[in-house]
Design a protein around this ligand. Structure first.
Ligand code: HEM
Length: 449
């Protein structure tokens, strides 16, 4: 089941004891795990699921070398995939899909071209206005309570509102999309979640083939790359996953920093420069996608003094690389971090992603300038899974806002959603109930409850 079929070369560090990246220890304190892994150098042997080995790149320059050399480090996972059990929990995140992430060469150029061209058609002024409207609606919703969980009531919902508009996704499909997407990131029944996600996206593609509109799904279809239905679905998975999960984590991690670190205190009184600085700092220290960009060497090779077995995943630790202590340069005021990836697969939506996060944060601080954490920062907990880095909840308090006047509320409901969810309590402890809570919040919003 593993790629170690031919047996390890004697003394090979790749076969030394492997550190698990799954499970609560990593989630509770990834910084400690990255620090311990550095004893191996810039590449460390890890296990990404029980019995599933991988090599984790934690050195900045080694990460760049892998990311920039697709001929030596291709992305197509199918050789590896044939060797792991069908129920391996990381397969929904790492298994082959005919989209930009998992293809190489000409096929990659073709599918990425369709994505970049659809992204380029997004009007940034419209995008800003969608984000502002969505943010206002959510703040109006929880503002009168004087308290909120910024993850379940804001950071998780806002990107979904924005992306469902951009993708022209109707509410009934939106429900299923949200449920599927969350399951594959949180590794909660990932196979079932993946099946739901795929089925729903096929429905969206069928709908847009029949009734195209001014939305990204239709723009992808119109592109001369002439994507098949299957390619469309898998392209949408990457765009939706990229557009929602990491965006939520960038907003959540950014707000955590702004609310807990005295260096950013002036941001709360309206300094947008401080917001940009906080976003940059998060992209260095707690990037929303923590470990991903999976590569599969075509033959046994040696890199940075480490043996990399043929076909075994070489995973880039964006956090590990960004926090590499041997980096000679100053991180403040510097955007050379790897949070957007690098090389041919670098994130094509950096501008849009950054705009959404900074407008979302700016709106919060603008409308609730006295906002503070409702619990000590040390008590905040993180969601399970090593691919991402995001909080389970971010409880805050503030002076309650007056309830919006009915006329204003009506005006704000014109574009995009029809109305607002019913009372949304703070999430409970288990990840299952949390997921159910925010899903029902979003579904309620879509249905006008
Ligand atoms: C905070 C938000 C985001 C972060 C941190 C982020 C980060 C990344 C990273 C690290 C990669 C490279 C992955 C790899 O090399 O395997 C990537 C690729 C990608 N991202 Fe983003 N992303 C974000 C938002 C978005 C958004 C909003 C979209 C589009 C709606 C998007 C679409 C994509 C696509 C299509 C790729 C694959 C490109 C390729 O393989 O050629 N991302 N993103």
């Amino acid at each position: 089941m593993t790629s170690d079929r031919s047996g390890p070369p004697p003394g090979c560090p790749a076969h030394a004891s492997r550190t698990p990246l799954y499970g609560p220890d990593f989630t509770a304190d990834p910084t400690r795990v990255y620090a311990e892994l550095r004893r191996h150098g810039s590449i460390a042997p890890v296990e990404i699921a029980p019995g599933t080995p991988a090599m984790l790149v934690i050195g900045y320059h080694t990460a760049l070398e892998v990311l920039r050399e697709p001929a030596r480090f291709p992305r197509d996972p199918r050789r590896w995939q044939a060797r792991v059990p069908a129920d391996c929990p990381v397969l929904p995140m790492m298994g082959y899909r005919p989209n930009a992430l998992f293809t190489d060469g000409a096929v990659h150029a073709r599918v990425r071209g369709a994505a970049t061209s659809a992204l380029a058609r997004i009007d940034l002024n419209n995008l800003r206005s969608y984000v502002e409207q969505s943010a206002d609606m959510l703040i109006d919703r929880f503002g009168p309570a004087g308290k909120a969980d910024l993850i379940s009531e804001y950071a998780r919902i806002l990107p979904l509102m924005v992306f469902n508009l951009l993708f022209g996704c109707p509410p009934d499909l939106g429900d299923r999309l949200v449920e599927g997407m969350s399951g594959i990131f949180e590794l909660v029944e990932p196979e079932k979640a993946n099946e739901l996600l795929t089925r729903t996206l096929f429905d969206l593609v069928a709908l847009k083939r029949a009734q195209p509109g001014p939305d990204m799904t239709s723009w992808l279809m119109e592109h001369p790359a002439d994507l098949t239905d299957e390619e469309m679905v898998h392209q949408l998975v990457t765009l939706q996953a990229g557009g929602t999960e990491p965006e939520m984590n960038l907003i959540g991690n950014g707000m955590r920093l702004l609310l807990s670190d005295d260096r950013f205190a002036h941001a709360l009184s309206g300094g947008s420069l401080a917001i940009e600085d906080a976003i940059d700092e998060i992209l260095w220290t707690d990037p929303p996608i923590a470990n991903y960009a999976t590569h599969y060497p075509l033959s046994d090779i040696s890199l940075a003094g480490t043996h990399l077995p043929e076909g075994e995943p070489v995973v880039i630790s964006f956090t590990g690389a960004n926090t590499d202590p041997s980096l000679p340069f100053e991180r403040t005021g510097n955007r050379a971090h790897l949070a957007w990836g690098a090389g041919p697969h670098t994130c094509p939506a950096q501008m849009q992603a950054r705009l959404i996060a900074s407008v979302a944060i700016e709106k919060l601080l603008d409308r609730l300038p006295d906002m503070r954490l409702a619990v000590p920062v040390e008590r905040l907990t993180w969601r399970p899974g090593f691919f991402h880095r995001g909080l389970t909840a971010l409880p805050v308090e503030f002076v309650p806002l007056p309830a919006p006047a009915p006329a204003l509320a009506e005006h704000r409901e014109v574009t995009p959603p029809p109305s607002w969810p019913a009372e949304t309590p703070l999430p409970r402890a288990s990840s299952r109930s949390r997921s159910q809570h925010w899903r029902s919040t979003l579904m309620g919003w879509w249905r006008g409850q």
